[in-house]
Design a protein around this ligand. Structure first.
Ligand SMILES: NC(=O)c1ccc[n+]([C@@H]2O[C@H](COP(=O)([O-])OP(=O)(O)OC[C@H]3O[C@@H](n4cnc5c(N)ncnc54)[C@H](O)[C@@H]3O)[C@@H](O)[C@H]2O)c1
Length: 346
């Protein structure tokens, strides 16, 4: 029951890919796909590894961490689903973990504690991400990279600089995972609009921290005309502060792990569908972009056999959303620049 519920949910996806993976698109000749989770023994990593083990699009699941992966891999490997699981621990095994990967998911790093912003994580996580991306450029330069490690607004630019330096950068293959913002926006919207949450779609654009997270409730479906400006403002704020809500509730024991693993698994599933040629897979992600003056921006993107096939525009914004967009640009710009500077200085 649980497995089929989770698998159905993975197949549904978070965006307009919702109806894509039906029996017509899903055949027994599903291609071989190797997926690595870097940071697999962590709070997000363990649940994400479980969910990726349940994904029938994965044939090889490579679990890497600096400690603890043999146990996680042995545990997950007993689940009777398609993928073969291998655990790798320590830097000297990183190459083996990455070789031949189609998709690398990175939830490695330290999470927030109460009172910290995502930016406070910068110094530790920036170094971790830089090291891991250097290895990716060496061992699986063609893999899609799903960056979960925070601050995503900076770690994605760091990754791009590392890949540029090694001559392996392909902007279509690098993604900041902002799916949790979409998942939260959908949940909170459905609660207020009193609509079936399974049918809700809400694009979330901008970045992945505080006010840089801009949910576009004016484009939410199903439409709910009854929502007042006050409610829309509260929904926006709750989506922006969703991470902090969890950090505070966990009171020092970390940040969102379970909902993040769910969101990460949904986004990875969408990437795999795109790689496999499923048409019209659309998700929000923080990617290289020219839809604003900033070099990276989260918006809806169409996924395909090479990663990003098309960065979709913002669509019509309400006055409130236009103000939100203007307000977020300076902060997002400075986080992007901070990442680029770090990558080029250190
Ligand atoms: N994108 C998002 O929406 C989102 C949401 C929540 C958390 N996060 C971020 O995800 C990251 C992980 O969070 P968590 O709660 O799982 O933390 P955690 O501390 O529970 O786990 C992190 C794991 O990373 C591992 N690690 C550290 N350095 C490593 C390295 N060099 N190589 C491989 N693994 C390494 C640790 O050993 C640990 O197992 C944090 O940066 C957090 O801020 C992102």
């Amino acid at each position: 029951m649980l497995r089929s519920a989770i698998q159905q949910s993975l197949r549904r996806g978070t965006g307009s890919s919702a109806s894509q993976l039906n029996s017509r698109n899903f055949s027994s000749s599903t291609p071989h796909r190797k997926v690595a989770v870097l940071g697999a023994a962590g709070g997000i990593g363990q649940s994400l590894s479980l969910l990726m083990k349940l994904n029938p699009l994965v044939s090889q699941l490579s679990l890497y961490d600096i400690a603890g992966t043999p146990g996680v891999a042995a545990d997950v490997s007993h689940i009777n689903t398609r993928s073969q699981v291998m655990g790798y621990v320590g830097e000297d095994q990183l190459g083996k973990a990455l070789e031949g990967c189609d998709l690398v998911i990175i939830p490695a790093g330290v999470p927030r504690k109460p009172g910290m912003t995502r930016d406070d994580l910068f110094n530790i996580n920036a170094g971790i991400v830089k090291g891991l991306c250097t290895a990716i450029s060496k061992y699986c330069p063609n893999a899609l990279v799903n960056m979960i490690s925070n601050p995503v607004n900076s770690t994605v630019p760091i990754a791009s600089e590392v890949f540029k330096k090694s001559g392996t950068y392909d902007e279509r293959r690098l993604f900041g995972v902002t799916t949790l913002d979409v998942v939260r926006a959908k949940t909170f919207y459905a609660g207020k609009a009193n609509v079936n949450v399974a049918e809700v779609n809400v694009p979330v654009v901008g970045g992945h921290a505080g006010i840089t997270i801009l949910p576009l409730f004016s484009q939410a479906t199903p439409q709910a005309n009854i929502l007042s400006d006050e409610v829309l403002t509260a929904l926006t704020k709750r989506t922006q502060d969703g991470g902090t809500e969890v950090v505070e509730a966990k009171a020092g024991k970390g940040s969102a792990t379970l909902s993040m693993a769910y969101a990460g698994a949904l986004f990875a599933d969408a990437c795999l569908k795109g790689l496999n040629g499923v048409p019209d897979v659309v998700e929000c992600s923080f990617v290289q972009s020219n839809i604003t003056e900033l070099p990276f921006f989260a918006s809806k993107v169409r996924l395909g056999k090479n990663g990003v096939e098309e960065v979709l525009g913002l669509g019509a914004l309400s006055v409130y959303e236009k103000q939100g967009l203007e307000a977020l640009l300076p902060e997002l710009k400075s986080s992007i620049e901070k990442g680029i500077k770090f990558a080029n200085q250190s």
